[in-house]
Design a protein around this ligand. Structure first.
Ligand SMILES: [Zn+2]
Ligand SMILES: [Zn+2]
Length: 311
């Protein structure tokens, strides 16, 4: 009998840490259609059969360093400043940290633009209110796929859906109201005012600058897709190096010729090259469009340079 007990392993089994909230996976990390952080919050609330306001009030708000979303401030009808939750500044990282603590997920950074915070500015970065592609919503519902809001639709320079080649919509087809990125009762795909379905089979052809609009959407999509695969997130000098690279390869080293082609002042180009400040996202997109150079060239060049420095 004694021998039998001696052979038993009485040590406790390894139990991985448990998350306080559902370990819900964000949709599409590593794809152009990665989910936005505000969408993740609404799906997390739904997973717990709670209102968004309850989730923020009872779980997220008390842990945030930034108290704009403090429990006593969230009884309004919509959260006007919620767009920054998907962006590049301390509010976005505050939410990522808190949601990571609550869900134990380590991939939530990619539901924001934080990987590119060194090469972006807040100006003209994010849509003030939500925009969406009704055809995408409809296809996901018809295929029984999760309904969510991709980060791509949150970017102000993205006005079209690169999949359906339709213009994004920003008013409910039932009550004609705009949608906040977060609101107390919101659910992806539904109007937060009348609860009407925002998907549909109507066509919304691109009315102007189709080639440019699609280039912008596809370029931002490339950025979002590449973020998780980068060994280093780009620093501010990535933009300066990229401009230098374009001047050398596209206009044979002539900064004057480059300024003429892209129709941007010599002063601005010089300041970007010196790294005094970074251009707004629409300016970067415009330059890649005029030069027809994919944005991945900037990221690849920068990564190559970092690897050389490490050797
Ligand atoms: Zn679409
Ligand atoms: Zn509505």
């Amino acid at each position: 009998m004694c021998d039998l007990y001696d052979e038993l392993d009485m040590s406790l089994p390894f139990i991985p840490p448990r998350s306080r909230l559902d370990h819900l996976q964000p949709v599409g990390v590593g794809t152009p259609y990665v989910e936005s952080q505000t969408s993740y919050v609404t799906r997390l609330a739904a997973a717990h059969h709670n209102k968004v306001s309850t989730l923020i009030k009872s779980e997220i708000g008390p842990l945030l360093k930034n108290k704009s979303f403090a429990p006593e401030k969230i009884d309004g009808k919509s959260y006007t400043f919620s767009k920054v939750v998907n962006g590049i500044d301390s509010t976005a990282s505050d939410w990522v940290d808190v949601l990571k603590r609550l869900t134990l997920r380590t991939d939530l950074l990619f539901t924001t633009l934080l990987p590119y915070q060194n090469i972006l500015t807040n100006n003209y970065l994010l849509h003030k209110s939500s925009a969406w592609c009704p055809a995408c919503y409809q296809e996901w519902r018809d295929s029984d796929l999760p309904i969510y809001e991709p980060l791509l639709w949150k970017i102000q320079a993205v006005l079209v859906c690169p999949v359906h080649r339709y213009e994004l919509q920003d008013t409910c087809p039932h009550c004609w109201k705009k949608q906040s990125h977060l609101s107390p009762l919101c659910r992806p795909g539904l109007c937060s005012h009348c609860k009407g379905w925002l998907g549909g089979r109507h066509e919304y052809p691109i009315r102007q600058n189709a080639r440019q609009s699609l280039w912008y959407a596809e370029t931002v999509a490339d950025l979002l897709e590449m973020a998780p695969s980068l060994s280093n997130f780009p620093g501010q000098d990535a933009v300066a190096d990229f401009i230098e690279h374009l001047i050398n390869t596209c206009t044979k080293g002539s900064q004057g010729a480059f300024c003429k082609v892209v129709k941007i002042s010599r002063e601005a180009i010089s300041a970007w090259k010196r790294g005094d400040y970074v251009p707004q996202l629409p300016a970067i997109l415009w330059i890649t469009f005029v030069m027809q150079v994919p944005i991945k060239v900037m990221l690849e060049n920068w990564n190559l340079k970092q690897n050389e420095r490490c050797q």
